[in-house]
Design a protein around this ligand. Structure first.
Ligand SMILES: *Cc1c(COP(=O)(O)O)cnc(C)c1O
Length: 394
Protein backbone atom coordinates (compact mmCIF):
# COMPACT_ATOMS: atom_id res chain seq x y z
CA UNK A 1 0.00 0.00 0.00
CA UNK A 2 1.23 3.47 -0.86
CA UNK A 3 1.21 6.31 1.68
CA UNK A 4 -1.82 8.03 0.13
CA UNK A 5 -3.76 4.77 0.05
CA UNK A 6 -3.12 4.22 3.75
CA UNK A 7 -4.36 7.71 4.62
CA UNK A 8 -7.38 7.29 2.33
CA UNK A 9 -8.33 3.95 3.82
CA UNK A 10 -8.19 5.37 7.33
CA UNK A 11 -10.22 8.38 6.24
CA UNK A 12 -12.89 6.29 4.51
CA UNK A 13 -13.15 3.26 6.78
CA UNK A 14 -11.90 4.04 10.31
CA UNK A 15 -13.78 6.12 12.86
CA UNK A 16 -11.88 9.33 13.47
CA UNK A 17 -11.51 8.83 17.24
CA UNK A 18 -7.81 9.76 17.28
CA UNK A 19 -6.07 13.00 16.45
CA UNK A 20 -3.47 11.60 14.11
CA UNK A 21 0.11 12.35 13.21
CA UNK A 22 0.62 11.76 9.47
CA UNK A 23 3.30 9.09 9.79
CA UNK A 24 3.05 5.47 8.68
CA UNK A 25 5.37 3.18 10.60
CA UNK A 26 6.53 -0.15 9.30
CA UNK A 27 9.23 -1.36 11.68
CA UNK A 28 10.45 -0.92 15.24
CA UNK A 29 13.47 -2.06 17.20
CA UNK A 30 14.31 -0.92 20.72
CA UNK A 31 13.85 2.84 20.83
CA UNK A 32 13.92 3.23 17.07
CA UNK A 33 11.02 3.34 14.61
CA UNK A 34 11.12 3.37 10.83
CA UNK A 35 8.47 5.04 8.71
CA UNK A 36 7.31 3.99 5.25
CA UNK A 37 9.98 6.21 3.63
CA UNK A 38 12.77 4.62 5.65
CA UNK A 39 13.20 7.62 7.99
CA UNK A 40 14.31 6.66 11.50
CA UNK A 41 12.78 8.13 14.65
CA UNK A 42 13.96 8.03 18.25
CA UNK A 43 10.92 6.97 20.25
CA UNK A 44 10.66 8.63 23.66
CA UNK A 45 7.02 7.70 24.08
CA UNK A 46 6.95 4.10 22.92
CA UNK A 47 3.43 2.82 22.51
CA UNK A 48 1.86 5.36 24.82
CA UNK A 49 3.61 3.73 27.75
CA UNK A 50 3.23 0.19 26.41
CA UNK A 51 6.83 -0.08 25.31
CA UNK A 52 8.81 -0.47 28.53
CA UNK A 53 11.08 -2.81 26.56
CA UNK A 54 11.01 -0.63 23.44
CA UNK A 55 9.77 -2.11 20.19
CA UNK A 56 9.90 -5.79 19.26
CA UNK A 57 12.03 -7.06 22.11
CA UNK A 58 13.64 -10.29 20.81
CA UNK A 59 12.59 -12.28 23.89
CA UNK A 60 8.95 -11.25 23.44
CA UNK A 61 9.00 -11.90 19.69
CA UNK A 62 10.54 -15.34 20.21
CA UNK A 63 8.07 -16.31 22.94
CA UNK A 64 5.11 -15.22 20.82
CA UNK A 65 6.42 -17.04 17.74
CA UNK A 66 6.88 -20.22 19.75
CA UNK A 67 3.47 -20.08 21.44
CA UNK A 68 1.55 -19.10 18.33
CA UNK A 69 2.62 -22.31 16.63
CA UNK A 70 1.50 -24.47 19.59
CA UNK A 71 -1.73 -23.12 21.05
CA UNK A 72 -3.20 -19.69 20.30
CA UNK A 73 -6.42 -19.81 22.29
CA UNK A 74 -8.02 -21.91 24.95
CA UNK A 75 -11.07 -20.68 26.85
CA UNK A 76 -10.86 -19.88 30.54
CA UNK A 77 -12.93 -22.87 31.61
CA UNK A 78 -9.85 -24.98 30.86
CA UNK A 79 -6.31 -24.71 32.19
CA UNK A 80 -3.11 -23.76 30.37
CA UNK A 81 0.48 -23.47 31.51
CA UNK A 82 1.43 -19.89 30.48
CA UNK A 83 -1.42 -18.40 32.57
CA UNK A 84 -0.47 -20.50 35.58
CA UNK A 85 3.12 -19.32 35.29
CA UNK A 86 2.31 -15.66 34.69
CA UNK A 87 -0.07 -15.33 37.65
CA UNK A 88 2.63 -16.75 39.90
CA UNK A 89 5.32 -14.42 38.51
CA UNK A 90 3.12 -11.36 39.06
CA UNK A 91 2.02 -12.43 42.52
CA UNK A 92 5.65 -12.99 43.42
CA UNK A 93 6.58 -9.43 42.41
CA UNK A 94 3.61 -7.73 44.14
CA UNK A 95 1.71 -8.15 47.38
CA UNK A 96 -0.98 -9.87 45.38
CA UNK A 97 -2.46 -13.21 46.21
CA UNK A 98 -4.72 -13.61 43.20
CA UNK A 99 -5.14 -12.01 39.82
CA UNK A 100 -7.86 -11.66 37.20
CA UNK A 101 -6.82 -11.47 33.56
CA UNK A 102 -8.39 -9.22 30.95
CA UNK A 103 -7.27 -7.29 27.88
CA UNK A 104 -6.89 -3.59 28.64
CA UNK A 105 -6.44 -0.96 31.31
CA UNK A 106 -10.07 0.11 31.22
CA UNK A 107 -11.17 -3.49 31.61
CA UNK A 108 -8.81 -3.99 34.56
CA UNK A 109 -10.25 -0.92 36.28
CA UNK A 110 -13.78 -1.96 35.39
CA UNK A 111 -12.95 -5.26 37.10
CA UNK A 112 -11.67 -3.45 40.18
CA UNK A 113 -14.86 -1.39 40.34
CA UNK A 114 -17.09 -4.46 40.08
CA UNK A 115 -14.88 -6.26 42.57
CA UNK A 116 -15.31 -3.38 45.05
CA UNK A 117 -19.08 -3.48 44.72
CA UNK A 118 -19.20 -7.21 45.51
CA UNK A 119 -16.81 -6.66 48.39
CA UNK A 120 -18.94 -3.73 49.65
CA UNK A 121 -22.16 -5.76 50.00
CA UNK A 122 -24.25 -2.60 49.57
CA UNK A 123 -21.44 -0.06 49.93
CA UNK A 124 -20.62 1.09 46.40
CA UNK A 125 -19.15 4.60 46.35
CA UNK A 126 -15.61 4.99 45.11
CA UNK A 127 -13.61 8.16 45.70
CA UNK A 128 -11.39 9.15 42.77
CA UNK A 129 -9.44 12.28 41.86
CA UNK A 130 -9.49 15.34 39.65
CA UNK A 131 -7.28 14.95 36.57
CA UNK A 132 -7.21 11.18 36.92
CA UNK A 133 -7.58 8.83 33.98
CA UNK A 134 -8.92 5.31 34.36
CA UNK A 135 -10.12 4.39 30.86
CA UNK A 136 -12.97 4.76 28.40
CA UNK A 137 -15.58 2.19 29.39
CA UNK A 138 -18.54 3.78 31.12
CA UNK A 139 -17.63 2.98 34.71
CA UNK A 140 -13.92 3.70 34.19
CA UNK A 141 -14.96 6.95 32.54
CA UNK A 142 -17.19 7.83 35.47
CA UNK A 143 -14.16 7.27 37.72
CA UNK A 144 -12.05 9.54 35.52
CA UNK A 145 -11.80 13.05 36.92
CA UNK A 146 -11.70 14.92 33.60
CA UNK A 147 -14.91 16.37 32.19
CA UNK A 148 -13.55 16.55 28.63
CA UNK A 149 -13.63 12.75 28.35
CA UNK A 150 -17.11 12.45 29.84
CA UNK A 151 -19.01 15.09 27.91
CA UNK A 152 -21.84 13.72 25.79
CA UNK A 153 -21.71 10.25 27.31
CA UNK A 154 -24.02 10.95 30.21
CA UNK A 155 -25.69 9.47 32.14
CA UNK A 156 -22.59 7.82 33.58
CA UNK A 157 -22.86 5.07 36.19
CA UNK A 158 -23.43 6.36 39.69
CA UNK A 159 -21.24 5.91 42.69
CA UNK A 160 -18.14 8.00 42.06
CA UNK A 161 -17.05 10.98 44.14
CA UNK A 162 -14.29 12.94 42.45
CA UNK A 163 -12.18 15.10 44.76
CA UNK A 164 -9.02 17.22 44.66
CA UNK A 165 -5.77 15.26 44.23
CA UNK A 166 -3.26 15.34 47.08
CA UNK A 167 -5.89 16.71 49.48
CA UNK A 168 -6.67 14.32 52.34
CA UNK A 169 -9.30 16.65 53.83
CA UNK A 170 -11.20 16.57 50.53
CA UNK A 171 -11.15 12.77 50.67
CA UNK A 172 -12.44 12.74 54.24
CA UNK A 173 -15.16 15.21 53.26
CA UNK A 174 -16.36 12.86 50.53
CA UNK A 175 -16.69 9.80 52.77
CA UNK A 176 -20.13 8.41 53.43
CA UNK A 177 -21.52 5.20 54.85
CA UNK A 178 -21.69 3.98 51.24
CA UNK A 179 -17.97 4.48 50.53
CA UNK A 180 -16.20 1.25 49.65
CA UNK A 181 -12.94 2.24 47.96
CA UNK A 182 -10.46 4.93 47.00
CA UNK A 183 -8.90 4.65 43.56
CA UNK A 184 -5.91 6.60 42.28
CA UNK A 185 -2.88 6.77 40.05
CA UNK A 186 0.24 7.55 42.06
CA UNK A 187 1.48 9.55 39.09
CA UNK A 188 -1.39 10.93 37.03
CA UNK A 189 -0.27 10.16 33.48
CA UNK A 190 -2.95 11.64 31.22
CA UNK A 191 -3.61 14.34 33.83
CA UNK A 192 -0.19 15.95 33.43
CA UNK A 193 2.37 13.81 35.34
CA UNK A 194 1.12 14.86 38.76
CA UNK A 195 2.93 12.96 41.48
CA UNK A 196 1.03 11.92 44.63
CA UNK A 197 2.62 13.21 47.82
CA UNK A 198 4.01 10.63 50.20
CA UNK A 199 2.12 11.97 53.24
CA UNK A 200 -1.08 11.98 51.22
CA UNK A 201 -0.67 8.35 50.17
CA UNK A 202 0.22 7.24 53.71
CA UNK A 203 -2.87 9.07 54.99
CA UNK A 204 -5.02 7.34 52.36
CA UNK A 205 -3.69 3.95 53.45
CA UNK A 206 -4.47 4.76 57.09
CA UNK A 207 -7.96 5.98 56.23
CA UNK A 208 -8.67 2.84 54.23
CA UNK A 209 -7.54 0.68 57.14
CA UNK A 210 -9.69 2.58 59.63
CA UNK A 211 -12.84 2.56 57.49
CA UNK A 212 -12.43 -0.87 55.86
CA UNK A 213 -12.09 0.68 52.39
CA UNK A 214 -10.18 -0.82 49.49
CA UNK A 215 -7.20 1.15 48.26
CA UNK A 216 -7.08 0.63 44.49
CA UNK A 217 -3.89 1.76 42.78
CA UNK A 218 -4.14 2.12 39.02
CA UNK A 219 -0.66 1.20 37.78
CA UNK A 220 -1.73 0.80 34.16
CA UNK A 221 0.82 3.46 33.15
CA UNK A 222 3.25 3.45 36.11
CA UNK A 223 3.66 -0.32 36.46
CA UNK A 224 6.32 -2.81 35.38
CA UNK A 225 9.47 -0.78 35.98
CA UNK A 226 8.39 2.56 34.57
CA UNK A 227 9.39 4.34 37.77
CA UNK A 228 12.53 2.30 38.43
CA UNK A 229 10.70 -0.21 40.63
CA UNK A 230 8.30 -2.90 39.49
CA UNK A 231 5.41 -0.85 40.87
CA UNK A 232 5.14 2.81 41.73
CA UNK A 233 3.50 2.02 45.09
CA UNK A 234 6.83 0.57 46.21
CA UNK A 235 8.22 4.13 46.31
CA UNK A 236 5.63 4.98 48.96
CA UNK A 237 6.14 2.10 51.37
CA UNK A 238 2.47 1.14 51.21
CA UNK A 239 0.62 -1.96 50.10
CA UNK A 240 -2.55 -1.43 48.06
CA UNK A 241 -5.52 -3.78 48.33
CA UNK A 242 -5.96 -3.92 44.57
CA UNK A 243 -3.60 -2.98 41.80
CA UNK A 244 -4.49 -2.76 38.11
CA UNK A 245 -2.01 -3.30 35.30
CA UNK A 246 -2.05 -3.27 31.53
CA UNK A 247 0.02 -1.19 29.12
CA UNK A 248 3.57 -2.52 29.50
CA UNK A 249 2.72 -5.98 30.78
CA UNK A 250 2.40 -7.73 27.43
CA UNK A 251 5.54 -6.32 25.84
CA UNK A 252 3.29 -4.75 23.19
CA UNK A 253 0.43 -7.24 23.18
CA UNK A 254 -2.93 -6.41 24.76
CA UNK A 255 -3.24 -7.63 28.32
CA UNK A 256 -4.84 -6.28 31.46
CA UNK A 257 -4.81 -7.56 34.99
CA UNK A 258 -6.37 -6.84 38.34
CA UNK A 259 -4.42 -8.18 41.32
CA UNK A 260 -5.81 -8.32 44.85
CA UNK A 261 -4.51 -9.07 48.33
CA UNK A 262 -4.98 -12.38 50.09
CA UNK A 263 -7.73 -11.43 52.56
CA UNK A 264 -10.20 -10.53 49.81
CA UNK A 265 -8.95 -12.83 47.06
CA UNK A 266 -12.04 -15.02 46.95
CA UNK A 267 -14.61 -12.22 46.69
CA UNK A 268 -15.45 -13.10 43.09
CA UNK A 269 -16.76 -16.63 42.63
CA UNK A 270 -17.45 -18.67 39.47
CA UNK A 271 -19.72 -16.87 37.04
CA UNK A 272 -19.46 -13.43 38.65
CA UNK A 273 -16.99 -11.87 36.22
CA UNK A 274 -15.30 -12.95 33.00
CA UNK A 275 -13.36 -12.03 29.89
CA UNK A 276 -13.22 -14.41 26.94
CA UNK A 277 -9.73 -13.53 25.74
CA UNK A 278 -8.33 -12.67 29.17
CA UNK A 279 -5.01 -14.33 29.90
CA UNK A 280 -4.75 -16.28 26.66
CA UNK A 281 -1.66 -18.40 26.00
CA UNK A 282 0.02 -16.00 23.57
CA UNK A 283 -0.22 -12.84 25.68
CA UNK A 284 0.80 -14.78 28.79
CA UNK A 285 3.96 -15.95 27.03
CA UNK A 286 4.60 -12.36 25.91
CA UNK A 287 4.11 -11.08 29.46
CA UNK A 288 6.36 -13.81 30.91
CA UNK A 289 9.05 -12.83 28.42
CA UNK A 290 8.57 -9.18 29.37
CA UNK A 291 9.03 -9.89 33.08
CA UNK A 292 12.03 -12.08 32.33
CA UNK A 293 13.63 -9.35 30.21
CA UNK A 294 13.09 -6.74 32.95
CA UNK A 295 14.76 -9.06 35.45
CA UNK A 296 17.59 -10.58 33.41
CA UNK A 297 18.57 -7.35 31.70
CA UNK A 298 18.47 -5.48 35.02
CA UNK A 299 16.14 -2.89 33.56
CA UNK A 300 14.94 -1.54 36.92
CA UNK A 301 18.51 -0.56 37.73
CA UNK A 302 18.98 0.91 34.28
CA UNK A 303 15.75 2.89 34.56
CA UNK A 304 16.88 4.38 37.87
CA UNK A 305 20.33 5.18 36.54
CA UNK A 306 19.14 6.74 33.29
CA UNK A 307 16.43 8.59 35.22
CA UNK A 308 19.09 10.59 37.03
CA UNK A 309 20.67 11.57 33.76
CA UNK A 310 17.34 12.37 32.11
CA UNK A 311 16.16 14.60 34.96
CA UNK A 312 19.54 16.30 35.23
CA UNK A 313 19.45 17.19 31.56
CA UNK A 314 15.78 18.23 31.64
CA UNK A 315 16.49 20.49 34.60
CA UNK A 316 19.35 22.12 32.75
CA UNK A 317 16.91 22.86 29.91
CA UNK A 318 14.59 24.36 32.50
CA UNK A 319 17.35 26.68 33.69
CA UNK A 320 17.98 27.72 30.12
CA UNK A 321 14.44 28.28 28.82
CA UNK A 322 11.80 30.37 30.63
CA UNK A 323 9.11 28.45 28.71
CA UNK A 324 9.73 25.51 31.07
CA UNK A 325 7.93 25.96 34.37
CA UNK A 326 8.59 22.64 36.05
CA UNK A 327 10.18 19.24 35.50
CA UNK A 328 8.62 16.40 37.48
CA UNK A 329 8.14 12.64 37.63
CA UNK A 330 9.73 9.47 38.94
CA UNK A 331 12.06 7.07 37.15
CA UNK A 332 11.54 7.21 33.42
CA UNK A 333 8.15 8.89 33.64
CA UNK A 334 8.92 12.55 33.09
CA UNK A 335 6.70 15.58 32.65
CA UNK A 336 7.91 18.98 31.51
CA UNK A 337 5.33 21.66 32.26
CA UNK A 338 5.43 24.67 29.96
CA UNK A 339 3.97 28.15 30.24
CA UNK A 340 2.37 27.54 26.83
CA UNK A 341 0.85 24.86 24.60
CA UNK A 342 3.18 21.92 24.07
CA UNK A 343 1.98 21.01 20.59
CA UNK A 344 4.48 23.16 18.63
CA UNK A 345 7.35 21.64 20.63
CA UNK A 346 6.10 18.11 19.94
CA UNK A 347 5.84 18.96 16.24
CA UNK A 348 9.28 20.54 16.22
CA UNK A 349 10.77 17.39 17.78
CA UNK A 350 8.95 15.22 15.26
CA UNK A 351 10.58 17.10 12.38
CA UNK A 352 13.97 16.37 13.94
CA UNK A 353 13.15 12.67 14.37
CA UNK A 354 12.18 12.58 18.04
CA UNK A 355 8.80 11.26 19.18
CA UNK A 356 7.44 12.66 22.43
CA UNK A 357 3.93 13.38 23.70
CA UNK A 358 2.05 16.30 25.16
CA UNK A 359 -0.63 15.72 27.76
CA UNK A 360 -3.02 18.12 29.45
CA UNK A 361 -2.16 20.73 26.74
CA UNK A 362 0.95 22.11 28.41
CA UNK A 363 2.88 19.12 29.75
CA UNK A 364 5.44 17.38 27.56
CA UNK A 365 5.62 13.71 28.46
CA UNK A 366 8.75 11.63 28.01
CA UNK A 367 8.57 7.93 28.81
CA UNK A 368 11.50 6.23 27.08
CA UNK A 369 11.96 2.47 27.16
CA UNK A 370 13.61 1.10 30.31
CA UNK A 371 16.56 -0.10 28.23
CA UNK A 372 17.28 3.40 26.95
CA UNK A 373 20.96 4.39 26.84
CA UNK A 374 22.67 7.55 28.04
CA UNK A 375 23.60 8.29 24.44
CA UNK A 376 19.97 8.09 23.32
CA UNK A 377 18.91 10.39 26.15
CA UNK A 378 21.58 12.87 25.10
CA UNK A 379 20.35 12.74 21.53
CA UNK A 380 16.77 13.36 22.59
CA UNK A 381 17.70 16.25 24.88
CA UNK A 382 19.88 17.83 22.20
CA UNK A 383 16.91 17.74 19.83
CA UNK A 384 14.65 19.26 22.51
CA UNK A 385 17.28 21.90 23.17
CA UNK A 386 17.34 22.83 19.49
CA UNK A 387 13.55 23.02 19.32
CA UNK A 388 13.32 25.14 22.50
CA UNK A 389 16.02 27.48 21.23
CA UNK A 390 13.67 28.37 18.37
CA UNK A 391 10.23 27.98 19.94
CA UNK A 392 10.71 28.37 23.67
CA UNK A 393 13.25 31.00 24.54
CA UNK A 394 10.76 33.64 25.65
C1 LIG B 1 -4.07 4.10 29.56
C2 LIG B 1 -4.63 4.08 30.93
C3 LIG B 1 -5.83 3.41 31.22
C4 LIG B 1 -6.68 2.79 30.14
O1 LIG B 1 -6.03 1.73 29.52
P1 LIG B 1 -6.62 1.12 28.14
O2 LIG B 1 -5.77 -0.09 27.91
O3 LIG B 1 -6.46 2.17 27.10
O4 LIG B 1 -8.03 0.80 28.40
C5 LIG B 1 -6.26 3.36 32.53
N1 LIG B 1 -5.54 3.93 33.52
C6 LIG B 1 -4.40 4.59 33.28
C7 LIG B 1 -3.65 5.18 34.42
C8 LIG B 1 -3.90 4.70 31.97
O5 LIG B 1 -2.78 5.37 31.74
Amino acid sequence: MKLEEVFESYKDYIMPTYTKVPLVFVKGKGSRLWDIHGNVYLDFFPGWGVGNLGHCHPKVSAAVRDQISKLIFIPNNYYHIPQAKLAKEVAYRTFAAKVFFCNSGAEANEGAIKFSRKFGKGRFEIITFENSFHGRTLAALAATGQKKYQQGFEPLPEGFRIVKFNDIEAVKGALSDKTVAIMLELIQGEGGINVAGKDFVLALRKLCDEKNLLLIVDEVQTGLGRTGKYFCYQHYGITPDIVTLAKALGGGLPVGMMAVKKEIADTLQPGMHASTFGGGPVICRAALATLEAIQKEKLLANASKQSEHLFQRLNSLKNKYPAIKEVRGIGLMAGVELNREGKPIVEGCLKKGLLINCTHDTVLRLMPALNISKKEIDRAINILDGVFSIAGSS
